[in-house]
Design a protein around this ligand. Structure first.
Ligand SMILES: NC(=O)C1=CN([C@@H]2O[C@H](COP(=O)(O)OP(=O)(O)OC[C@H]3O[C@@H](n4cnc5c(N)ncnc54)[C@H](OP(=O)(O)O)[C@@H]3O)[C@@H](O)[C@H]2O)C=CC1
Ligand SMILES: Nc1nc(=O)c2c([nH]1)NC[C@@H]1CN(c3ccc(C(=O)N[C@@H](CCC(=O)O)C(=O)O)cc3)C=[N+]21
Length: 287
């Protein structure tokens, strides 16, 4: 038996097509072109992939996208000044500052400086708070994409044991918060695991839904997975010029019930959700 391969690329393409139609209706009705401004400081392999793909996806969907590329030696003051300008620019609806940032820059200070209404990443404490309380303004892109893929795989989340490996503010933590909510594709019993977790394999083997957001190539091996589990691989790692996930696909595919590939799984969904949030942002600001 081999797992069902969850086609994130295909699902994302469908979502983007529908979204493109919504964008053109919005543009006709309001004369406003949704505009996403992205900031990339220095170089990071996963960010480079993201930047390239999302620029293209924005164009196709009728969303304007601008990229502000800053040198790795950029100071925090300069970055805050750029964000402040974008906050005040009425033609910009969404602001996305790529992580990780170089070590001379304090991530929290920078992310907090993005005005909440333009925070399409859902990083601002106001937006995180709203999401955790089950009344979201924006959903965090990667967890929302994962949630959609779990639904597409036909996996029941209600009462399922979801184990999230990783507790970052960008992926792991909000992923668990979404799956534990009351509601559709939620109502799961959630366990978080991280680098201090003892007996990791014992815990992951209890997962009906296993989300890997670790940043270590091929970390989750077959013996860590419960037969029939739904395995969502968030990892984007570059190994010998190739992209590999955090899940050792070859040893897991024969054990899991369903699995997302890398590439072609969660990554394209993150982009689809970002476009969705950008349209939402434009709508909120056109009111
Ligand atoms: N597909 C997509 O759209 C996206 C992909 N990514 C990718 O997902 C991966 C994770 O990203 P991100 O969450 O930002 O990464 P972080 O480095 O911020 O977080 C990694 C998490 O994994 C945990 N961890 C590290 N080593 C172990 C271990 N040996 N055992 C158990 N847990 C461990 C860490 O624990 P601790 O907290 O204790 O340090 C931490 O919570 C990366 O490959 C990244 O490129 C990220 C965003 C979007
Ligand atoms: N503020 C912020 N928000 C993020 O959401 C964020 C970030 N910073 N920093 C970097 C990570 C990484 N990330 C990816 C998104 C899509 C692909 C993606 O398109 N992946 C394709 C790659 C296809 C290819 O080009 O080969 C796939 O997996 O199929 C990759 C990586 C978002 N991140």
């Amino acid at each position: 038996m081999s797992a069902q391969i969850i086609d994130g690329k295909g699902v994302a393409a469908r979502l983007r097509k529908d979204l493109g139609e919504e964008v053109s209706q919005f543009r006709e009705a309001t004369g406003v072109v949704p505009h996403l401004a992205a900031i990339l400081v220095g170089e990071d392999p996963a960010s480079a992939v993201y930047v390239r793909n999302k620029q293209r996806a924005c164009e196709k969907a009728g969303i304007k996208s601008t990229l502000h590329r800053l040198d790795a030696a950029t100071t925090q003051v300069d970055l805050l000044e750029l964000i402040s300008g974008l906050n005040g620019d009425d033609s910009v609806h969404g602001i996305l500052c790529q992580l990780p940032l170089p070590s001379q820059i304090d991530e929290t200070t920078v992310l907090d400086s993005v005005t909440p209404i333009k925070d399409v990443d859902c990083f601002h404490p106001e937006n995180v708070g709203l999401m955790v309380q089950g009344r979201p303004r924006y959903l965090p892109c990667t967890p929302a994409g994962c949630q959609r893929l779990i639904a597409e795989a036909g996996v029941e989340t209600s009462g399922a044991h979801a184990v999230i490996v990783g507790r970052s503010e960008i992926v792991g933590k909000p992923m668990g918060m979404m799956l534990v909510q009351k509601g559709d594709v939620a109502n799961a019993t959630v366990t978080y695991a991280h680098s201090r977790t003892k007996n990791l394999a014992e815990i992951t083997r209890q997962a009906d839904i296993l989300v890997a957001a670790i940043g270590k190539p091929n970390f989750i091996r077959g013996e860590m997975v419960k037969p029939g589990a739904c395995v969502i691989d968030v990892g984007i790692n570059r190994v010998d010029e190739k992209l590999v996930g955090d899940v050792d696909f070859d040893s897991v595919v024969g054990i899991a019930g369903s699995i997302t590939p890398v590439p072609g799984g969660v990554g394209p969904m993150t982009i689809a959700m970002l476009l969705q949030n950008t349209l939402t942002a434009a709508k909120l600001q056109a009111e």
